[in-house]
Design a protein around this ligand. Structure first.
Ligand code: NOJ
Length: 476
């Protein structure tokens, strides 16, 4: 099926583009903004290429109109962006309210609405206020109420215009990279224990914010609320061997089911996690499982706390069964599977993110089966290319054609309820641990000259190519 032939039918679907605050805004201490854990980390670490940071990034804080101009030119229906918590509450709590930060997001939201672009707002995309990190941290349950109060403020302040909320972006990344591997802030290396505690609190924090929206705002504002979960597709190494199929399913449960099972199924962790972590913990001599458990009351509170299923997807891994070591205790040894790259697929600028488009169709089908046919939004999908040295962006065009085609197969042929597709990202930006070495943007940003006010608006952000999304909207 060619993507060109389906354009007319898909005009009602939600085609969008994404970004996140720390990756694009810059203005890291402008107008009263407080530091976030990403400011602190990038300004003190030398592990990021070129010691890059988000101090200036794409300067979206000062170039709001240019972002709006690009969005309008793309003719997207929605723009997914995130709020910088410490721009709104510099110390993380309401008493430190920074009106200038609120004004910035009001201008952005009003600008989007004026252009008929739906704002999809992520409340928390990794940039925790440093002040909260110092005192509480996600491994403490106090964070649940603090996060809820921040969400409550956002609903009250922006919810008259924002009708699509995402509480947390990729909690699995926060838990594992932030508290297990420790390669992302807050750089805690405690792979066997803390990721589970942090995930537990993040799930409860999400659920509480959902209920706040439900109880106080849904009736008057009429929006929807969810959480963005990251999921690679796990393909069994050999589908004719049952053990490999079970291992691949376990891989899905450890990454996606960890959060999706409680929220979309029964308020509790998947059996695979309970069994694996419980069993290993017992052999390791722990008095109880390293995986915490929810009370019945908590399960009822968590179950059903998402109106739609939001999934961020980049690649596919080939999975096979192993019996992993017992020591040291670690989330990744709890898995008992190993992941390999898909040999036949093109590589990208991020070596472990190969272009395996067919994995998206399988992932969407798995979500449909596992979670009872939810409405699914692909809230991130995109490809990293080397920081641009040429205007040939055909790798990205190939990626989008291939992945969107697979999403459409899931939708048209398999009956998966795919409601939206959000490409990552609006423009090249600060790519976390990769700094500015790679770019996901549909627009190129010249980071060397970017900060200088020398150029006319369009020379700062240059189109890499005719927008692939544009094709969906205008060509029949
Ligand atoms: C997922 C993150 O949510 C997003 O911020 C990032 O740009 C992409 N991964 C690509 O690495």
């Amino acid at each position: 099926m060619s993507i060109m032939t389906i354009t007319g039918k898909h005009k009602e679907e939600n085609w969008g583009i994404s970004s996140s605050a720390y990756q694009i805004e810059g203005g890291w201490n402008a107008d009263g903004k407080g530091p976030s854990i990403w400011d602190t980390f990038t300004q003190t670490t030398d592990t990021i290429p070129d010691k890059a940071n988000g101090n200036v990034a794409c300067e979206s804080y000062n170039r709001l109109n240019e972002d709006l101009y690009m969005l309008r030119a793309l003719r997207v229906k929605s723009y997914r962006f995130s709020l910088s918590w410490s721009r709104i509450f510099p110390d993380g709590t309401r008493k430190s309210l920074n009106q200038k930060g609120v004004d910035y997001y009001n201008r952005l939201i009003d600008g989007l609405i004026a252009y008929n672009i739906e704002p999809i707002v992520t409340i928390y995309h990794w940039d925790l206020p440093e002040a909260l990190q110092k005192v509480y941290d996600w491994d403490k349950a106090e964070m649940i109420d603090i996060f809820n109060d921040y969400c409550d403020f956002c609903f009250a302040t922006f919810g008259d215009r924002v009708k699509f909320w995402i509480t947390i972006n990729q909690p699995q990344t926060i838990g594992w990279s932030g508290y297990g591997l420790g390669n992302m802030p807050p750089n805690v290396k405690d792979p066997g224990y803390r990721p589970y505690i942090v995930a537990h609190n993040l799930i409860k924090a999400h659920a509480k914010a959902y209920h706040t929206y439900d109880d106080k705002y849904r009736q008057s504002q009429g929006g929807l609320i969810s959480i963005a979960l990251n999921a690679d597709w796990a393909e069994p190494k050999d589908v004719s061997i049952r053990r490999e199929v079970v291992a691949a399913d376990r891989a899905m449960q450890f990454q996606l089911g960890w959060f999706a099972h409680p929220i979309f199924k029964n308020g509790d962790y998947p059996d695979a996690l309970k069994w694996q972590v419980g069993n290993k913990s017992e052999i390791q001599g722990f008095p109880q499982s390293r995986l915490p458990s929810f009370t019945e009351e908590e399960k009822n509170f968590i179950k059903g706390t998402a109106d739609v299923f939001c999934v961020n997807h980049y690649t596919t891994k080939i999975v096979s069964h192993i019996t992993a070591r017992l020591s040291p205790e670690s989330y990744e040894y709890d898995w008992d599977f190993k992941e390999e790259e898909e040999n036949d697929s093109p590589t990208t600028a991020i070596p472990n993110q190969k272009v395996v488009a067919w994995g998206l169709r399988r992932l969407l089908n798995w979500i449909k089966e596992e979670y009872g046919d939810p409405e699914i939004y692909i809230t991130e999908n995109g490809v990293a290319t080397e920081a641009q040295t040429t205007w040939d962006d055909s790798d990205r065009v190939f990626f989008y054609k291939a992945y969107i085609d697979e999403a459409l197969k899931a939708y048209e042929l398999d009956g998966v309820t795919v409601k939206g597709y959000i490409a990552t990202s609006l423009m090249d930006s600060f790519e976390w641990l990769n700094g500015y070495k790679v770019g996901f943007g549909l627009h190129h940003v010249d980071f060397i000259f970017g900060p200088l006010e020398l150029f006319h608006i369009l020379s700062h952000y240059s189109h890499k190519h005719e927008s692939i999304l544009l094709e969906f909207h205008v060509k029949d």
